[in-house]
Design a protein around this ligand. Sequence first.
Ligand SMILES: O[C@H]1[C@H](O)[C@@H](O)[C@H](O)[C@@H](O)[C@H]1O
Length: 543
Amino acid sequence: MSDPAKQDELSSTDVDALDYSSKDSQSDMIAMDSAKPTPLVVVLVCLASISGFMFGYDTGYISSALVSIGTDLGKTLTYGEEEFITAATSLGALITSVVAGPMADIFGRKPVLMFSNTLFVVGAIIQCAAETVWTMIAGRFVMGFGVGIGSLIAPLFISELAPSRFRGRLVILNCMGITCGQLIAYAIGAGLTHVNNGWRIQVGLSIVPPAIQLAAFLFLPDTPRYLISKNKLEKAAKVIARTHHGATATLIQMKIAEIQSINSSLEGKNVWQRTWNGIKKIHSVPSNFRALIIACGLQGIQQFTGFNSLMYFSATIFKAIGFDNSTAVSIIVSGTNFLMTIVAFFIIDRVGRRKMLLFSLPIMMIAMIICAVGFHYVDLKFEHHSVKLEGGVSNWGYVIMVFMIVYVAGYAIGIGNVPWQQSELFPQNVRGTGASYATATNWSGSLVISATFLTMLENITPTGTFALFAALTAVSIVFVYFVYPELSNLALEETQNLLKGGFNIKESLVLAEKRKHQKLSPAGSMDKLDLEHIDEVQRVESA
Ligand SMILES: O[C@H]1[C@H](O)[C@@H](O)[C@H](O)[C@@H](O)[C@H]1O
């Protein structure tokens, strides 16, 4: 075994002395970066995706749990208490999503993810033991803290580890975790609705996945990018060797040097000052700010085009138009969401994120317009947040049902997943902070939509509500068209370079196409990362 201290010394100096102009080494490095994921990467990504599963399961089980709780919390729940129990998790998630990014930059991705596991477990135990409404709310709130952290760190962790050509797919694995968690929560809920204290079993089951994640992470490493940002070069080199096929000593050192040269470190005497400087830099450096507009914009679109109103209230809507089997309906909605996320998994890196969005958003818009028209012909009456149909289910009821499923399919193939690729937009030194802003946008949107949906149905009618979602989707298409560059297959460092000087849509399309076919090109003809250019622009923009 070599002396670690000596190795660290060695690597820092050697790294500086490397000759980056060698085209062969550059192309070898691009090849290394884009090679298939190693077994360690696969293990780490699958483990991290457990956080996605927890996100889906914990937000999903509550609707059926509320039905089976009955008087188990000492009284029959009022409508307000039900709402509070449901929203407590999203509210908790919103709060921690604000701080989780900076925490990940300070303490590391892995420790913060492990902390979220503890919160999942503690939150679930409080709920299982709950005998009063407030204890239940407290448990849901603590669990929400875990959900918020996991929803941010898991995709960030995955994008930092994934080889560029597989990054889209690997981040979608986490989204598959979310949608699978929602589907399983509904399915288990359906099975346990009439079981005495069945909801406690449902909550209790949620302890298993985070316990597995926590135990496994004790033995596994953090991402090389994080380790390099903390100058733990020897550790980083070891992880790079296990997370990249064909990682020779020279390539590992080149990789470290490349990441170091792009990581312009943040000034500040202590972590708090550096975090504060990071927050300032995200607004003051134009390329960071562009990344922020895109990341928050996409998360906002994901929520404000209304999907979660279906996720949470599909049973109410379908009941209102005459279909009575609420369980089947929830399973159809969450099942379509899950299946189409699998489709997204297969196509995201091949078709590209931008094309997927520009294809799927119009599908959602058309489906919602048809639903809006359909609702106009269905005679609905509202009483205290519940919707009733006058007369039986009509042909328009079937039309609405079919197009809502089309809408869900369109959502899941694009905007349901692409925003979670958010971490790839930010450079290392502000990645956590940027991801925090975007994730907080997601949770705020989710809270607003779930809190206002039934009121909107009542006040502006279902036709008005769906027309509004369709209009917001139209605006979203314009937004995506003008500001979202294609980032598929690009190295993380390239994606940030792209956002310098503009949104650079055209350039992104050319570069993404080039990277997609790079395997086919002779090694020597690949472009090298333009490090000098990056440095120069960064200097000008930070000035
Ligand atoms: O990406 C996820 C997924 O689409 C879920 O189904 C949805 O409930 C979440 O709000 C979203 O962030």
